[in-house]
Design a protein around this ligand. Structure first.
Ligand SMILES: [Zn+2]
Ligand SMILES: [Zn+2]
Length: 264
């Protein structure tokens, strides 16, 4: 049995799990994935994520946020509601929030404005940020530097750039500023040498594992629904990137994840 794994980003309340969610959670535990962060993308999804966290208190915590696809919903009522929810013990982080220039129909200026306010809220409320970024790394670097400026004191991470897909230079930048980098299924794809180089350059102390289930299946199940039990395959890819054992990789990424989300 490996050291326990931590899936730091999943969407298990997605309707694609409605038929067999219990079995998925069972396979997750059997694979040694003892902790999961359930991520809610919009206020409409918050109650479901909270309910899952409450039903599995030893294993699941929630992250509640506003995905850049929903950034238009960031009105003056949203932040006070999010603040009340963020105070609940089952809420480990704010997210996902971020920038998506590949898929979001929301204008970039609106996404940027929403992210600026949400990052300010994370800092003010002392909550880790779970950041989503697609094709927007230069703007994200600017906004994160503006919001945080330097690494935190008294803890290692401000948050995580989930499903990290930037360059090796981006990886070093975010790790240096106090952000963890989320490693997902794409790390296992044969052509993604540049991504593996990014994780090699940023080093083991900056990485956390995540599946982003039901999205981003690793190489062995491409085209199928992803689930947390696939996390060890991502760990194996990261282990060979670092020339470490899977055991060591599980150990360090789980410890990074616990510290990131303030868990023990
Ligand atoms: Zn995302
Ligand atoms: Zn996600």
């Amino acid at each position: 049995m490996h050291a326990p794994f931590f899936d730091t980003h999943a969407h298990l309340t997605d309707p694609r799990f409605d038929a067999d969610r219990g079995a998925v959670l069972e396979r997750c535990a059997q694979a040694g994935v003892t902790r999961v962060i359930e991520v809610a993308d919009s206020p409409q999804d918050w109650p479901r994520a909270l309910a899952l966290a409450r039903s599995r208190p030893a294993a699941v915590r929630a992250a509640l946020g506003l995905h850049p696809c929903h950034a238009g919903l960031c009105d003056e009522t949203l932040l006070p509601r999010l603040r009340r929810h963020a105070a609940l013990p089952e809420v480990a982080a704010i997210g996902e929030i971020g920038l998506d220039y590949a898929r979001s129909a929301v204008p970039r200026a609106v996404q940027i404005d929403a992210l600026r306010r949400l990052l300010g809220a994370c800092r003010q409320w002392n909550k880790p940020a779970v950041i989503h970024c697609r094709d927007a790394y230069p703007d994200l670097r600017r906004l994160v530097a503006e919001a945080f400026g330097a690494p935190p004191s008294g803890r290692r991470f401000w948050g995580v750039v989930h499903c990290f897909s930037g360059t090796p230079d981006d990886a070093v930048f975010f790790a240096g500023l106090g952000f963890a980098l989320g490693a997902d299924g794409p790390l296992t794809y044969p052509r993604n040498d540049a991504l593996r180089e990014a994780f090699r350059r940023a080093g083991p102390r900056a990485a956390v594992l995540e599946t982003d289930s039901p999205y981003l299946p690793p190489q062995s199940c491409r085209g199928r629904r992803n689930e947390p039990a696939n996390l060890p395959e991502i760990a194996a890819s990261l282990a060979s990137t670092w020339a470490m054992t899977v055991e060591e990789t599980a150990d360090i990424t789980t410890r990074n994840g616990l510290e990131l989300f303030g868990l023990s």
